[in-house]
Ligand binder design. Sequence first.
Ligand code: PGA
Length: 255
Amino acid sequence: MKKILIVGNWKLNGNKKFLINFINNFKKKKKNIYKNCNIVITPPSLYLDAFNYLTLNENINLGAQNVDVNVFGSFTGDLSVKMLKDVGVKYVILGHSERRINYYENNFTVLKKFILLKKYNLIPIICIGENYDEKKKKLTNKICINQIKIIIKKLGIKSLNNTVIAYEPIWAIGTGKSAKPEYVQNVHSKIRSYISKYDKLISKNIIIQYGGSVNEKNAKSFILQHDIDGLLIGNSSLKLNSFIKIIKEVSNLKN
Ligand code: PGA
């Protein structure tokens, strides 16, 4: 059975004290919440190593928010896939809309990074989603499919084995206005049926998460939808109590 995947994306937030408090309190409160969930935290890169060290025997996976397209060399300020692996990273977020918008990343950049992650056996979390204008023009499904299509066309459908897709409508991220669960379900089912044209098993097994203003009040309503397999959580993952509540609320829903 597929486990629900809960990813906490800290973005550019937190410091050493926050990290230590979060992990210590998490260890105290975590009882039984793991049953049907895989939990990933993506702290800022500077804290990956410390996070890994402090959670060595915990059932919590380490994720990175980004990776460079180069593996080593003269690329001031960048972080390579090998370095991420070296400090215990298992998952890497690719193509988050904040990177697409602020750093001009496009589907081709995502593809290059995806190839590297596959080569080094890390799990990509590919973020896809439409902006508000595109939503109004009813382009959502087309945009989402195009963001995945480039990978399937270049690398083949099998490359989506052990890959996560995170549907994050841009208008719902950090706005407090999440998408309606039925709306998300509809997009997820379109993505799944697109993948199933290539490979039914991959389409069934692939984890498609939702992200965008998820909180302890609405988390359950998303996971109750048939094609929503997990959540990518920004703001609410910075509040440990909310984060734990979300995990507790959803962890038994897909039994
Ligand atoms: P949010 O962020 O939960 O704060 O909306 C989600 C994300 O950007 O992954």
